[in-house]
Structures are given as structure tokens and as C-alpha cells.
Design a protein around this ligand. Structure first.
Ligand SMILES: *Cc1c(COP(=O)(O)O)cnc(C)c1O
Length: 364
């Protein structure tokens, strides 16, 4: 047997069918595709950070529980006192721990679509059934009759709701989320990756519902390179899920750097406030263009836009040719026909994006 044949024989068929998570090469481009915070740190802060790193001994394993960091994150994210927290190597790793803890024959994951792709990916990795309920087409709100039907039919062990949702940017209605918590037979994870840009959170509701967990990440906040996520909820759940955590999953550089960043959170707070302001400016400017571009309001650090029919790919290519990388959603889901997603960048980056969109519309 050739090595290819051996791989085909032994790798699970559902894995062979997957395509790996795609990340576009953005070198030399204005990068508005991945919901990153566009700002770096001021030079004096960088120097102070390096002096902290200087004291680390990398020959030693990190604190396995990352206790000091966990305590700081509890404060920063207003985790209620009685609730436990668990840290992950990005919230993606937490999704994986949840699926491994809950998965098994006849156990399924339910979420909505268009939605965050990792829920489905990880369901497949863990051999779980995955059900996605389409959102309402006009405003991407939760389709409650369809959700009720799907919950009854599939009795999902685990429900993920990204609040605000990616890639649509909207916050789901609180009463709808509460209804999902009441109808779900198993766990409901409210994924608040975009909490720094949203007006509401389910964190204060932890404990009100036995089956509610809240997930956060520092990625969209401005620390995507560290890979650090957090799960908060009743200890009865988290003590079990913690058994699936890789030893030392939060490396020493991440622990020390995240602690340093949280000590200087005013820098990140200012950056996220700037991003929120820029989001509203870009939204208004795109709305002012009239019929050419439809844009939805957003509680996240990106805007979902729809071009005139058949124009999304051309606009994407036009932006790329002129040095701006955005995310092309067209073709990924029927509800995202003619859609692109613009991550909010620095003011001058957003201005360049807007200028190009206007040029494209004028010449189209
Ligand atoms: C970006 C994103 C995440 C992943 O966050 P990491 O902590 O970087 O793994 C999780 N959920 C949603 C909805 C996201 O958009």
C-alpha cells in the first residue's frame, strides 16, 4: 500500500471529507477579515511588557490552573462569585472540551445558521450529530418555531448560541435566548466572543438557569495572538469538564502576558471604544450610499453587508486588488448570498475601505 492509501484506509471517513480551517494570506494587505483588534500597544507599554517577560523561566511548567490569571479574568468579566471558571487555549478549545465531555452515541449539538463554523467542525471531530436551525432571513433573529421543532426532534445534549452572532453581527432577543434555555434538555452555552462590543450579556444570569454556561475570549478584545478563552458557570458542570483539559493548556507566556494586559486594561478599553465608534461611523456611511449596499446593524466588531445581486465576488476582488482583505461570505450559506463581512479596522483603514466601496459602486 502507498502512504496515501494507508492514510485513506485509517483516517476516519468524516475527517477525510472535511476541509481544513482556511486562513487567507494577508501579508501586505489591510486586514479586515478576521475580527482582530487593529491596534498594537504603545511603545512604552511594550517595553514594560518585555521587562515582565524577561523574568519568566521557560524551563518550568506554568501554573496548571493559571490561578492568578483566572482570578483577574473573573474580575474583568464580572463572573458572579458562586460560579466557577475554566480557561482554554482559545474558546475553540473550550468548545472541544464541551463536545468531548457531552458527546457519545445519540448525543447531538444544535446551533443556528449562518453561524460560527467551529461548532459544526468540532461536532464532526467528536463524532456527534450536528443540527443547524436557519435564522430568520430578514434580520437574522432566532426562528423560534423552527428551533422548538428542532429541539423536540433532536433533543440536543448541547446547544451553542453565539451572542452576538458571527457572521451576522446581531444580538439575539433576550426573551428568545431565555426560551431556548427553558426548552433545551441539556446544556446551553452562550458564546459571548463579541462581548466587548455588545450592550448586553448573559453573565449576570449565570445561576438563574442550571443549564446555562457563558463562554468568553480575549481574542476579539485585542489579544488574539495569546489564544485564551474562558468558560463560566456552575461548579457542578465545570468540575466535570475540567477533567478534559490538557495539562498546562495555558502556556506561561500567555498567562503572564494576559495578566499584564489586564493590569493595563484601560488601553484595551480605549481601543474597543474606538472600534465601536468606528463601527457606527462606517455603518452610517454605508447606509448613506443608498441602494447599492445593504448593511445590517451590529453589536460586534464587524459589519455584514450585502451587495446588489451578483456583485459580492467582484467587490471582494476589487478590494483585494486594491490592498484590502475582507471576508467573502457569498457562497457559504443561502442566507448569505451576495454578502461580505467587514471587520472594523483603524479609522484610516475604514476610510480606505469605504472609499473603495464607493468607487466600485460608482463604476459598477
Ligand atoms: C472568534 C470566535 C470564537 C473563537 O475565539 P478564540 O478564543 O479565538 O478561539 C468563538 N466564538 C465565536 C462566535 C467567534 O466568532
Amino acid at each position: 500500500m502507498t502512504v496515501e492509501q494507508q492514510a485513506r484506509r485509517w483516517i476516519r471517513p468524516e475527517i477525510q471529507e472535511l476541509s481544513a480551517y482556511q486562513v487567507a494570506d494577508a501579508s501586505g494587505l489591510i486586514k479586515l477579515d478576521a475580527m482582530e483588534n487593529p491596534y498594537t500597544w504603545p511603545e512604552d507599554l511594550r517595553r514594560e511588557w518585555l521587562s515582565v517577560l524577561h523574568k519568566i523561566d521557560v524551563n518550568r511548567y506554568p501554573d496548571p490552573q493559571a490561578r492568578a490569571l483566572a482570578e483577574q479574568l473573573r474580575q474583568a468579566m464580572d463572573v458572579p462569585d458562586e460560579m466557577a471558571v475554566l480557561l482554554g487555549n482559545g474558546s475553540d478549545e473550550i468548545i472541544q472540551m464541551l463536545a468531548m465531555a457531552i458527546g457519545g452515541p445519540g448525543r447531538g449539538i444544535l446551533s443556528v445558521e449562518p453561524g460560527f463554523v467551529m461548532y459544526r467542525m468540532i461536532a464532526i471531530w467528536c463524532g456527534m450529530d450536528y443540527t443547524a436551525v436557519p435564522l430568520n432571513a430578514d434580520d437574522f433573529s432566532l426562528n423560534m418555531p423552527a428551533l422548538r421543532k428542532a429541539v423536540e426532534k433532536t433533543s440536543p445534549a448541547l446547544v451553542f448560541l453565539a451572542c452576538p452572532n458571527n457572521p451576522t453581527g446581531n444580538q439575539f432577543a433576550e426573551r428568545d435566548i431565555l426560551e431556548v434555555l427553558e426548552m433545551a434538555p441539556g446544556l446551553v452555552v452562550v458564546d459571548e466572543a463579541y462581548a466587548p462590543f455588545a450592550d448586553t450579556s448573559f453573565m449576570p444570569r449565570l445561576g438563574q438557569y442550571d443549564n446555562l454556561l457563558v463562554m468568553r475570549t480575549v481574542s476579539k478584545l485585542g489579544l488574539a495572538g495569546l489564544r485564551l478563552g474562558l468558560l463560566a458557570g456552575p461548579p457542578a458542570w465545570l468540575n466535570q469538564i475540567d477533567k478534559l483539559r490538557m495539562p498546562y493548556n495555558i502556556n506561561v507566556l500567555t498567562q503572564v502576558t494576559a495578566r499584564f494586559a489586564l493590569e493595563h486594561h484601560e488601553v484595551l478599553d480605549e481601543q474597543t471604544a474606538d472600534i465601536r465608534r468606528e463601527r457606527e461611523r462606517l455603518l452610517a456611511a454605508l447606509e448613506a450610499m443608498g441602494g447599492e449596499i445593504h448593511v445590517w446593524p451590529s453589536q460586534a466588531n464587524f459589519l455584514l453587508v450585502r451587495t446588489s445581486p451578483g456583485q459580492a465576488r467582484m467587490l471582494f476582488d476589487y478590494l483585494l486588488k486594491n490592498g484590502v482583505l475582507v471576508k467573502k461570505l457569498h457562497g457559504s450559506h443561502p442566507l448569505l448570498e451576495d454578502c461580505l463581512r467587514f471587520t472594523i479596522g483603524k479609522p484610516e483603514e475604514n476610510a480606505r475601505l469605504l472609499e473603495l466601496v464607493q468607487e466600485f459602486s460608482a463604476n459598477g
